[in-house]
Write a protein that binds this ligand. Structure first.
Ligand code: AMP
Ligand code: MG
Length: 418
């Protein structure tokens, strides 16, 4: 009897019958539920706080502005003034930023005043210098002018004692400006989350090394290390491990104490050489998922010495998508930034596509002429498409038929950075 190949089915890429795929949202909900903050808080000067996660609400030490002041160069007096021509005598002296006028401006008088200067006693209103004629002794202008015109109230921007920045926020350059303006010199921030990156596979060689015909260069590790750095985590290069269980176990044992979480790529399915998933299972893996996601269905999630391990698929496209969709919000949560949803935009499609139900899909995409165009191939080994793309188009779990102009959800890569 000769051995015959099985017949090809029409639906050879459909989900195997009877297999329970984990929907993306269910996987995300589980991560969100099981993980928590692990980073320590520390006090850092403003100059070292950029990109860090705030460990506590920052409270203004001082109001901004600290005193009522003028928003423009001009002349100050007591308002309001009614309709018609107004002539006011000038007092001697002026009020400038940092050099206030010490005296009181009598009613019916005006004073020269410069942007940012504190309003002297007796002044609550300022007229713009361009709207005034001045002969050195008095000014003339046309009313009306409301009381308080062209001035800033004390504390109108921020009140002393109020929370200006909330715990969990990732500090931006503008936040540093606000902290400084309200009298703060340092912030309570969290230490960066240390995330190890390990590549697995006997076929992998380092960039620049000689490669035999069956070998390939490790594309994932430089990408993931770079991405984690851009996300504000502290990437830790764990090198690469061969496809053997003892070697991989030793590598994980050595790495675990040095990091807060680990991303591995490759070996995450259930095949003979898929040692990451096998090891995590042995160690009592939290979950071994087949996620209803394209690209990137095998995602092995386990704990190794108390550190979450994200066993990413080996294909670079799937590795990147799984990192953005699953690892990023999970790591953000561990880092203290809370669970952050990426900011997506509904934009017109610049492509046509039919999609079967059952799996959520992410397409490599970019915006051109106001439309989302997608990469010509969906092959998950196509590294050039990752580089071509500037973000991802998300197609929901259900069946879909998309025609040019239909709305689709686009996530720029930058929306995955914290
Ligand atoms: P695996 O998930 O180990 O079955 O790998 C799936 C595919 O991804 C295979 O073609 C691997 O050779 C490839 N692959 C795995 N790791 C990497 C890597 N670090 N860089 C580039 N390709 C990889
Ligand atoms: Mg492999």
């Amino acid at each position: 009897m000769s051995l015959k190949p099985p017949p090809l089915s029409n639906d050879c890429f459909a989900l195997p019958a009877g297999v329970d795929w984990t929907p993306v949202d269910q996987a995300l909900a589980l991560l969100r539920d099981r993980l928590g903050v692990v980073t320590q808080s520390e006090i850092r000067p403003l100059s070292q706080s950029l990109g860090r996660v705030l460990a506590a609400d920052a409270l203004a030490r001082r109001s901004n502005p600290p005193l009522p002041n003028t928003a423009v160069d001009g002349y100050g007096f007591a308002g309001p003034v009614g309709e018609g021509e107004v002539v006011l005598p000038l007092v001697e002296g002026r009020s400038a930023a940092g050099v206030p006028y010490e005296g009181r401006v009598p009613a019916g008088h005006a004073i020269r005043i410069l942007t940012g200067a504190a309003l002297p006693d007796g002044v609550d209103t300022v007229i713009l210098e361009e709207d005034v004629n001045c002969d050195g002794a008095q000014i003339a202008f046309n009313g009306p002018l409301k009381q308080g015109a062209n001035t800033r109230k004390a504390g109108e921007d921020a009140l002393a004692g109020s929370a200006i920045l909330a715990a969990g926020r990732v500090v931006t350059p503008a936040d540093l400006a606000l902290a400084s303006a309200t009298g703060l010199a340092e912030l309570a921030v969290r230490a960066p989350l240390r995330v190890g990156v390990l590549s697995t596979g006997d076929e992998l060689v380092e960039p620049g090394e000689p490669a035999a015909p069956g070998q390939i260069y490790d594309a994932n590790r430089v990408m993931l290390l770079g991405l984690l750095g851009q996300m504000g985590f502290a990437p830790v290069d764990l090198g690469k491990a061969p496809d053997d269980r003892a070697g991989l176990r030793a590598t994980l044992d050595e790495a675990a104490p040095k990091v807060d979480a680990i991303l591995t790529s490759g070996g995450a399915s259930a095949g003979d050489e898929d040692h990451v998933s096998a090891l995590l299972k042995e160690a009592g893996a939290l979950q071994e998922w087949r996620i209803a996601l394209k690209p990137g269905r095998p995602l092995a999630l386990g704990m190794w010495q108390g550190r979450p391990v994200f066993g990413l698929p080996g294909n670079p496209v799937a590795a990147l998508v799984c990192t953005l969709i699953f690892a990023r919000p999970a790591l953000g949560l561990m880092a203290g930034a809370g669970w952050q949803e990426p900011q997506g935009f509904d934009v017109p499609a610049g492509f046509a596509k039919r999609k079967k139900p059952g799996r959520r899909e992410y397409l490599r995409a970019r915006m051109r002429d106001g439309r989302a165009e997608v990469f010509k191939s969906e092959g998950s080994g196509r590294v050039s498409g990752l580089s071509w793309a500037e973000g991802l188009v998300e197609l929901g779990d259900g069946a879909m038929e998309i025609n040019p102009g239909d709305p689709v959800r686009f996530y720029p890569y930058s929306s995955f950075l914290m």
